[in-house]
Design a protein around this ligand. Sequence first.
Ligand SMILES: NC(=O)c1ccc[n+]([C@@H]2O[C@H](COP(=O)([O-])OP(=O)(O)OC[C@H]3O[C@@H](n4cnc5c(N)ncnc54)[C@H](O)[C@@H]3O)[C@@H](O)[C@H]2O)c1
Length: 248
Amino acid sequence: MPELAGLRCLVTGGARGIGREIARAFAREGADVAILDIRIEQACETADELELFGYRALAIAADVSSETEVRNAIEQAERAFGGIDVLVNNAGIIDTAPVVEMSTEMWDRMIAVNLRSVFLCTRAVLPGMTARGFGRIINISSQLGHKGAPNMAHYASAKSAIIGFTRSLAREVCEDGVLVNAICPGAVSTDLGGDIPDDLRARRLAEIPLGRFGHAAEIGPTAVLLAGPGGSFYVGATMNLNGGDVMV
Ligand SMILES: NC(=O)c1ccc[n+]([C@@H]2O[C@H](COP(=O)([O-])OP(=O)(O)OC[C@H]3O[C@@H](n4cnc5c(N)ncnc54)[C@H](O)[C@@H]3O)[C@@H](O)[C@H]2O)c1
């Protein structure tokens, strides 16, 4: 019996990168998976690939920072699947600037896409989960939420706040059968950071005891653990998958 048989999952930002690998891992384990992403063509390609595992897959176009788009997208997924049991808040962006040069627009955009989205998507799925007495919410934070990073105060602030949100909501809804946890990946090779200059790459690698960046596929098994029966005693946890970069 696959680990996630019968579960109906929604992964934000599942068109590519870490989200796509989580979506693949879920489908491989028997779950139906809806992908919510602004990159709709890539989301459709990923959904087509997921269907090959033999379960339902769906791509929905939405900007996770928009309250209306999130509400409509989650209603669409709930109608198609009959409910959402597992939400992975994964969609995110990155950019860099020293605080003194950071525009207010840049700050607000980062907080809207990387943090407000987590609140909006979670609030939209919670009534169904609590009514059914079962749910799993997995928030993708970052090791930078623990560690911080120069020129990324807006990103690290959003990722730290996701940890606070996770712990608060976990306490709020665990008695309703909804378990809320976070994954804090270390540096993972995806399209997110674009081309890292060689000197910065070498400096970042030198900080990682394991001596390499992570692969997106290395995040999927932890998401499966938290979504499935093996995750039944995790409440407000932060899972730190980072090659030893931050040991907490
Ligand atoms: N790659 C890393 O090193 C790393 C490390 C720690 C945490 N993370 C986090 O993991 C998550 C995924 O990152 P990734 O590396 O796979 O990035 P990625 O850029 O490969 O994927 C991000 C996905 O989110 C989608 N997205 C972006 N903005 C969106 C919006 N407004 N509405 C809907 N979808 C949107 C993109 O289209 C894309 O499919 C992010 O939250 C990121 O902060 C990444």
